[in-house]
Design a protein around this ligand. Structure first.
Ligand SMILES: Cc1cc2nc3c(=O)[nH]c(=O)nc-3n(C[C@H](O)[C@H](O)[C@H](O)COP(=O)(O)OP(=O)(O)OC[C@H]3O[C@@H](n4cnc5c(N)ncnc54)[C@H](O)[C@@H]3O)c2cc1C
Length: 387
């Protein structure tokens, strides 16, 4: 027997340092996350602060950023960390993606020197948590329609509006909020506790339950001019951040798929049906072979895109291709693995159904599968079909 990843000799594409990082993150997940995550999912509660500190200690928060206490590692190393985190739970990878690729990246890429000094080292250490408020109740796939406004009043800005589905929202020390101004869309750093700013958790989720998802309300929030991100103008600001986070999902989704496949192979090897192991049936072997193929192809694509990112040539369309393919295939793998576990597959005793329902969210956030399909359609035809 060989492991699904060994089939494609994936490790031969990685450096020693990348393999070490992967092992380090896996050990943290084994110690801090895996023993508890089904319980967090079940209760819908996450000890986000403790986890952020533990993840900060191993350097995964903003690990692909340079300076300000960040590790400055390559894209593939960052991707492998996402893979290991999502093999534990998509909610934990979401916490890390939003912290590092959305909130920290926005400050790192578009922030003033003072903003970077104030927030980035503490966020890299996991002492402070960030969130990223772009989506609104009426504008998800089309964030350019946003209604949240920021108006100048004297030397200050006053923000009004509502942001919806915001990961880490109620546990964040700082929210990166995107708002419409007379100069186009701008980004603002809104510290928790600012008068008029509140966050309310969204309850009754059946997906990403081990993740905090909130509504942010901005009711006359007054901020100094120093709160605006000076380097971001227009929708390209938030879209640049989303491209970073999507890249992590290309790897992360394959982590969830790998955990499902390994669980299913082990389960089906032990499970006897009609007096023989489930793995000995051709129908089962076909399922396993098909899943191993899609997993291997997805991982090869992820590493390839990572190398392009490291070379500075990765395009947003290539990230769309990776996100679309790998999340779609991961979801298919999770569903097929669920069938192999039979009735056991619907309980939280095994991670498979948890991954499957989590991946439903991953399919939707950071650009839905339909939107990424349209991105590829536009790239192939030159015709935008979004409107
Ligand atoms: C768990 C979770 C966490 C999230 N975290 C964050 C966060 O931290 N920050 C943040 O800003 N947002 C976050 N989001 C929001 C997420 O990015 C949006 O849900 C997503 O962009 C889709 O927007 P929507 O839900 O409004 O769906 P809609 O945009 O209303 O889409 C509904 C359906 O219409 C389809 N559709 C849209 N346009 C077209 C078109 N032109 N042609 C054909 N079909 C189309 C979509 O693909 C989808 O199938 C999160 C979402 C979830 C579920």
């Amino acid at each position: 027997m060989i492991a699904p990843t060994a089939l494609f000799a994936l490790d031969t594409l990685l450096t020693d340092e990348e393999r070490e990082i992967r092992t380090t993150v896996r050990k943290v997940c084994d110690r801090e996350i895996r023993p508890h995550v089904a319980g967090w999912f079940d209760s819908g509660e996450l000890p986000a602060r403790e986890l952020a500190r533990a993840l900060g200690e191993v350097g995964v928060l903003g690990m692909h950023l340079e300076g300000y206490g960040c590790a400055g590692l390559g894209a593939v190393a960052y991707g492998l960390a996402c893979l290991e985190l999502e093999a534990a739970d998509s909610g934990l990878r979401s916490l890390v993606s939003v912290q590092g690729s959305l909130a920290m990246y926005a400050i790192w890429q578009y922030g003033s020197e003072e903003q970077k000094q104030e927030w980035l080292p503490a966020m890299a250490a996991g002492e402070r948590i960030g969130c990223f408020g772009l989506t609104e109740p009426d504008f998800g796939s089309d964030p350019g329609g946003m209604r949240t406004t920021a108006k100048r009043e004297g030397g200050d800005w006053v923000l009004n509006g509502t942001k919806m589905w915001i990961t880490n929202g109620s546990v964040a020390d700082v929210a990166v909020v995107w708002a419409r101004t007379d100069e186009g869309i701008r980004g603002f750093l809104v510290p928790a506790g600012t008068p008029g700013f509140t966050a309310h958790d969204i309850k009754r989720k059946v997906s990403l339950r081990a993740s905090v998802t909130s509504e942010l309300v901005l009711d006359g929030v007054r901020l100094p001019d120093a709160a605006v991100l000076p380097g971001a103008r227009g929708l390209s600001g938030p879209l640049g951040c989303l491209n970073e986070a999507r890249f992590g999902i290309v790897f992360g989704a394959m982590g969830a798929a790998l955990d499902c496949l390994e669980t299913a192979i082990a389960y089906a090897g032990d499970r006897e049906v009609f007096a023989r192991p489930l793995t000995s049936y051709q129908l089962t072997q076909e399922k396993l072979a098909d899943m191993a193929l899609e997993l291997g192809k997805g991982l090869l694509l992820a590493v390839h895109l990572g190398r392009l990112k490291e070379a500075g040539t990765l395009t947003p369309e290539q990230v769309s291709a990776g996100k679309l393919n790998n999340v779609r295939e991961a979801l298919e793998i999770a569903r097929t693995c669920r069938t192999l576990l039979g009735a056991s597959g619907i309980t939280l005793e095994y991670p498979v159904i948890r991954h499957a329902v989590n991946l439903e969210s991953v399919l939707t956030y950071e650009g839905t599968s339909e939107i990424h399909t349209l991105v590829l359609g536009k790239a192939l035809t030159g015709i935008p079909a979004f409107h």
